[in-house]
Design a binder for this molecule. Sequence first.
Ligand code: CTP
Ligand code: ZN
Length: 154
Amino acid sequence: MSEDQQLRVSKITEGTVIDHVTGGQALNVLAILGIDGSGGEEVSIGMNVPSERLGRKDVVKVEGRELSQDEVDVLSLIAPAATINIVRDYDVVEKHRVERPGEVVGVLQCPNRNCITTKDEPVDSRFAVLDEGVRCAYCDTIIRESIADHIHVD
Ligand code: CTP
Ligand code: ZN
């Protein structure tokens, strides 16, 4: 196939390309980044596009935005093979594989309504990353499945 036939999502000028995302997880990636379109962000998404490494993958391209380490840490839980590409002036200037962190801070919400982190206290959520899920550092509640459903939305 020629380059022209292969190109599905336009290149970006400046920003972040999250590539090799587990197929079907692109919308959860946007949720982690707090992007729902209402902020006017310029975003392109490819879903379930063919990939040599993964079979099928999603790609999320965000113009004019870099990711925080906390966002990347949560991303690694739902898209463990993702690569984060920083683009400046059309060129990829940095490329990193995500790494599974020891803990994730801020981005997930504890499902326990009595947890201090879900009250009106200025306490960031904090979860230890386990093999089988994540555990709240404050109340020990464990989230085992559908971690993306616990992404904090303001
Ligand atoms: N990309 C983009 N806009 C740019 C530059 C790159 O959208 N201005 C995208 C590419 O389409 C690709 C990703 O960023 O999805 C990584 O680009 P690059 O490193 O050039 O591609 P590969 O070498 O194929 O990456 P990898 O080896 O990580 O698969
Ligand atoms: Zn808790």
